[in-house]
Design a protein around this ligand. Sequence first.
Ligand SMILES: [Zn+2]
Ligand SMILES: [Zn+2]
Length: 305
Amino acid sequence: MKVRIWGTRGSYPVAAAEMLRYGGNTSCVEVRIGDTHIILDAGTGLRPLGYAIAKEGSDPRHFHLLITHTHWDHILGFPFFAPIYHPETHLSIYGLQRTQSSLHTIIKNAVSDPLLPISLERLSADLTFHDINHNVCLDLSQDVRVITAQVNHPYRALGYRVESVSGVLVYIPDTGPFHTVLFGDERVAWNGHAPKLSLTEMHTLSAMRESIIRLAAHADWLIYDTQFTIEQYNRFPHWGHSTPEQAMEIAIEAQVRELLLFHHDPHRADSELDVIGAEQQARAPANLRVRVAYEGMVLSRENIQ
Ligand SMILES: [Zn+2]
Ligand SMILES: [Zn+2]
């Protein structure tokens, strides 16, 4: 398994001199395991990934695009992914099953006039859409398995575990913690205070947390939402993002080998991320490596010291 991070930013892409090292593109992570080619989220990092693939030039190609949820920062790169304009491309797209609209409808509406001068029907690639649920297990090949879990994020979202004999990657780019707010398909009413959780909601949250721990158990890499500082979290718990401290609790409990801080706040400069990374490394237990994810970062077992 070889993992490459193409976009690390949360909420929206940014371009600024003080953000070049960690990068300004939004969520996109590539995983290659033998012939199986997986892409986690279609944030703007998908655009440079598409160009890299086009340069390699070995078609036909089959990609599995696993989408955590369809907030803009996770789909904005889709229309700019060069392989969708190539007739030899087969793209299987997976996303959370919803009652209101299918994944196909959501993407079709986003990629159409008057938002863009293209439409899904006119793309050259062969696209198939798969509405999937949480707690499912997909065998993409003999050696590659994908498992899903629900995370705590507005309008609901998925976390993914990609596992093979050559490595285990767990990807949870957007989630709030599991104690203050339970997110669903409705907007959380917010008047400066968290609405009091019912007993049922508390049970739902704790079950969700347990399923996240199971999803991440003994992973080589856990890529996790750490958009907020503690101070930001206290102001915006209804936005559905976590802090590095909250991520580390999950990483420790799940006994992962490495935690990658991810989905960086769009205002966070490289120098601030350096400080956050150093602080979190200092407080991590000896058996947990912590790093701040950056564009171009490559993960493989050979790189684990
Ligand atoms: Zn996001
Ligand atoms: Zn989101």
